[in-house]
Design a binder for this molecule. Structure first.
Ligand code: VG1
Ligand code: CO
Length: 544
């Protein structure tokens, strides 16, 4: 079986974003495009004899073909073993767990996460290193530099084995191992949570729940864990079969994209608990009767209740959140007397803190929560954590949330996305914000005084690497905060994200809608950024 080297002209646009390389599926399917990116990744990873690579994806269109290409190229580039999820499926958190358990050199995850899939949708490739976490910025910068100068790629001149059949096949000088991607992950969850307690909660007469897998990768995981191992009735998992186009849906856990679940939870006879995940299984949305738990609150609430979970019973080392995530977790860290870190957006910035044992739980406002059990955010883990909390406290979702606010106060929170912008005006807008930030302190708008403003730069406390321009934040008095940044996960154009938050102390009005509570803060954002004049936008495209 020979290794072929195929000459190519290098692509100039393979710069990984917040979470790997994302492009339209059609762009990825151009001859040599996927191959070029993989070659740059493998050159940067520089595998040695004996090294293993984990491969799998979220089941979207082109995943299987792409996985076959990864197999043939990995073996041609020095990996000795490629461990592939059956049918080329594996969730992002399960891939992270597998890399760690098998001591693999790294993993290739074929997913554009919450972006729609299909021939007219998006595709993506993420690379995780031996820690199980997303490749750090030094690695992705190396990949981008290599991709721009690449002259060719190496691939085995052979067909990959059938990825639907579990077992080992020799190929070239290496081995392709097709594994069941579910069992190990489900076993890991059993070591983290109190499954007996969750089982008795679920079996209580009258307790009703649902999980919307959105025809993405979590379907088989949720069916195994919730229905088979925890005894939830068949049908608890909705849209449980992974489909290449996610059944035409948008695999983003947002109430607009889970219409049936949302209708059930906001209808006349809501379920006690509901949840959804995204395309690759790393996000979570938690719902109670007529309640959506804000992700920033969720992180704080889980941290405050961590002692009910067997894995965290002995206490938390510290907490971390991304810059635009609400400061609700900071208040819990303070009460617990543990470290609190603020990182840039993207899970890769949590990895070093987790590896160094500085933090145990971390999260992002974008429906991402996780812990040191893996090095990715983990959707089903968050669902099980909530169930564990409900089981241990005997309370409902709404009661837990309201109880948290009355103890710590409430961080009212909203994200306003402006989609479909052109790249250059969006970048100029961000530059305008940096200039505004320089002279903003002391200004008063809509009853708020600007206390300080900054262009967020982050120095990793573990390895000392620094990244700059991670978002512009304005701190206001009374206690509120606005952050602006551009999305790094789109496949075309630009999306501006504006994050608004305001703290209400426990004695204040804790039960307004976020829209009402943040009306004045939104006005401050409009005035300070001058968005209408600069980008011609009068209202956001999406409010979360
Ligand atoms: C978004 C979220 C960010 C998350 C990233 C990847 O990035 O804001 O918090 O880490 O998606 O999540 P951006 O750059 O578009 O704001 V996933 O579920 O796509 O792996
Ligand atoms: Co995701």
């Amino acid at each position: 079986m020979s290794v072929q080297t195929i000459r190519i002209d290098p692509w100039q646009d393979q710069e990984p974003g917040t979470s790997g390389l994302r492009k339209s599926t059609r762009d990825f399917m151009r001859p040599g495009y996927l191959e070029a990116f993989l070659q740059a990744v493998f050159d940067e990873a520089a595998p040695a004899d004996g090294d293993a690579l984990v491969v799998g994806g979220d089941g979207r269109f082109f995943c299987r073909e792409a996985a076959e290409t990864v197999v043939r190229m990995a073996l041609a580039n020095g990996f000795s073993r490629v461990i592939v999820g059956q049918d080329a499926l594996i969730s992002t958190p399960a891939a992270s767990a597998l890399i760690r358990r098998r001591g693999a050199k790294g993993g290739v995850i074929l997913s554009a996460s919450h972006n729609p899939g299909g021939p007219d949708g998006d595709f993506g490739v993420k690379y995780n290193t031996e820690t199980g976490g997303p490749a750090p910025t030094t690695f992705t910068a190396g990949v981008f530099a290599r991709s721009k100068a690449l002259e060719g790629y190496r691939i085995l001149e052979a067909t990959a084995p059938d990825l639907s059949v579990i077992g080992e096949t020799r190929m070239g000088d290496g081995i392709v191992e097709v594994i069941d991607p579910i069992t190990d992950y489900a076993d890991l969850m059993e070591t983290v949570f109190d499954f007996d307690a969750i089982r008795s909660l679920i079996s209580q007469p009258g307790f009703r729940m649902a999980f919307d897998a959105m025809n993405a990768v979590t379907g088989p995981y949720a069916t195994e864990i919730l229905e088979r191992r925890l005894g939830a009735p068949a049908g608890t998992v909705m849209r449980g079969r992974p489909l290449p186009d996610f059944g035409g849906g948008h695999p983003d856990p947002h109430p607009d994209h889970t219409p049936e679940l949302t209708a059930r939870m906001f209808g006349t006879d809501p379920l006690d608990f509901a949840a959804a995940s995204d395309g690759d299984g790393d996000r979570n949305m938690i719902l109670g009767p007529v309640t959506i738990v804000s992700p920033g609150d969720s992180l704080a609430i889980l941290a405050a209740h961590a002692d009910v979970v067997p894995r965290y019973r002995d206490g938390l080392k510290g907490l971390a959140r991304s810059l635009p995530t609400s400061r609700a977790a900071d208040r819990v860290a303070e009460a617990l007397g543990i470290e609190m870190h603020q990182t840039p957006t993207g899970w890769k910035f949590f990895t070093n803190l987790l590896d160094a044992g500085r933090i145990t739980l971390c999260g992002e406002e974008s429906f991402g929560t996780g812990s040191d059990h893996v090095r990715e955010k983990d959707g089903l883990w968050a669902v099980l954590f909530w169930l564990n909390v409900l089981a241990a406290t005997g309370k409902g979702v709404g009661e837990v949330v309201a109880g948290h606010w009355s103890r710590f106060g409430r961080d009212y929170y909203q994200r306003h996305d402006y989609e479909g912008l052109e790249v250059e005006p969006a970048q100029a807008f961000m530059q305008g914000l940096r200039d505004m930030a320089d002279g903003a302190a002391g200004r008063t708008v809509a009853g708020y005084a600007v206390q300080s403003a900054e262009d967020f730069a982050y120095t990793d406390p573990v390895d000392g690497t620094t990244v700059t321009k991670q978002g512009v934040t304005v701190h206001l008095s009374p206690d509120a905060r606005i952050t602006w940044r551009l999305s790094g996960t789109g496949s075309s154009g630009a999306t501006l994200r504006v994050y608004l938050e305001r703290f209400e102390d426990p004695a204040g009005d804790l039960h307004q809608t976020p829209g009402q509570a943040l009306e004045a803060v939104a006005e401050v954002a409009r005035v300070l950024s001058d968005i209408e004049a600069r980008l011609g936008r009068t209202a956001p495209s999406v409010i979360t």
